[in-house]
Ligand binder design. Structure first.
Ligand code: CA
Length: 231
């Protein structure tokens, strides 16, 4: 959990309450620093003050959203709805208005984490004769003698996860690179080609003619789900 808040008393209160409930907490009191902290250790949720000393909170949300779908809850010090709308449009998941009751914030946080787990669980996916279960973190290949497990490296998993979560959609190389190696890795597209080739060898029935893990030259990659059978 990452808390971004420049008011020391509130930051401390949040930190104490969240730690008391078993959350691991990292803190930051400025936008630039928060980006560094989030890239170093991707948080499972972000609590974010909109009024930061070096950056508007909305701007920070946009930057986080270029590489992460982590739940973001805004702590808004402003009563007007304009800021909340801008924050939600930038990619925030929810907000509370200061001063807020700690219990309400915690309930909203639990709800956001539940929604995120639900999305992440998103059932199983098919690549050729392989079944991928993201929630169980398993891949099995169907063969003549039944199914056998396929082992993926951590990087291959993460790459596959990002692609499967956007079925049929183009995932830009820059987004994949940032998801895998954090901001600043945008030029290393050869890493992607290397790991994608390995993924195809493990998952595609004919790696030389991939049908599901597709390259969009000069743009990125796409997971093409199998065509739906019509009854
Ligand atoms: Ca503030």
């Amino acid at each position: 959990m990452l808390i971004v808040e420049d008011e020391p008393a509130l930051l401390r209160a949040l930190q104490i309450n969240l730690r008391a409930r078993g959350y691991e907490v990292a803190t930051s009191s400025a936008g630039q620093d928060a980006l560094v902290v989030a890239a170093r250790q991707p948080p499972d949720a972000v609590l974010l003050d909109l009024g930061l000393p070096d950056m508007d909170g909305t701007e920070l949300i946009r930057k986080i959203r270029t590489w992460s779908s982590v739940p973001v809850i805004v702590l808004s010090g402003r009563a007007g709805s304009g800021d909340k709308i801008r924050a939600l449009d930038a990619g925030a998941d929810d907000y509370v208005t200061k001063p807020f009751a700690m219990e309400e914030l915690l309930a909203r946080l639990r709800a956001a984490l539940r929604r995120d787990a639900h999305v992440a669980a998103g059932s199983t996916f098919t690549v050729g004769s392989c079944q991928i279960d993201l929630a169980a973190h398993t891949v099995s290949r169907a063969g003549l003698d039944g199914t056998e497990p396929v082992r993926l490296t951590k990087t291959e998993w993460r790459m596959l996860e990002v692609l499967l979560q956007a079925p049929g959609r183009l995932v830009p190389s820059a987004k994949l690179l940032a998801e895998l190696w954090g901001p600043g890795a945008e030029d290393n597209t050869h890493y992607l080609r290397f790991h994608m080739a390995r993924l195809r060898r493990k998952l595609e029935d004919d790696p030389a003619r991939p049908r599901h893990l597709l390259t969009e030259p000069g743009m990125g990659y796409r997971y093409q789900p199998p065509a739906r059978r019509t009854a």
